[in-house]
Design a protein around this ligand. Structure first.
Ligand SMILES: [Zn+2]
Ligand SMILES: [Zn+2]
Ligand SMILES: [Zn+2]
Length: 123
């Protein structure tokens, strides 16, 4: 495993700002809070095919509906948010709604080729 310098984290404080949701909290890994780490791992599991590049990822659209269920964290949306329409097969269309925060995590995973599958850490 490559060693990453974490010297910039050594400030003597336990709580830090998550780089995705900007919440002050305990930072777990990759400068993400526990919530974002959990959501990110759920995206990795649920959209494994898209993450691996097995299925094409469509362009993001804008959904203005309220109360859509976020595909990453299973919580209803509150405002306008990104939407993906996946054409899995000709008959099977899937709408994937994300919170803006979850979408950032999605972009990190989907936009980048995953390194080796090391599994989900037990924390
Ligand atoms: Zn976070
Ligand atoms: Zn929606
Ligand atoms: Zn979400």
């Amino acid at each position: 495993m490559p060693t990453v310098s974490l010297s910039f984290l050594n400030r003597g404080t336990v709580k830090q700002v998550c780089r995705i949701c900007r919440e002050l909290g305990e930072i777990k890994t990759e400068r993400l809070c526990a919530d974002c780490v959990r959501i990110k791992s759920q995206i990795t599991v649920r959209f494994a095919e898209a993450v691996r590049g097995t299925i094409a990822i469509p362009d993001a659209q804008r959904c203005e509906r309220l109360g859509c269920l976020c595909a990453a964290c299973d919580v209803g949306t509150l405002g306008s948010h990104p939407l993906y329409l996946f054409d899995l097969t000709r008959a099977d269309r899937r709408e994937i709604h994300f919170h803006p925060r979850c979408h950032e995590l999605w972009l990190e995973i989907g936009g980048r080729r995953p390194e080796q599958d090391t599994g989900i850490s037990q924390g």
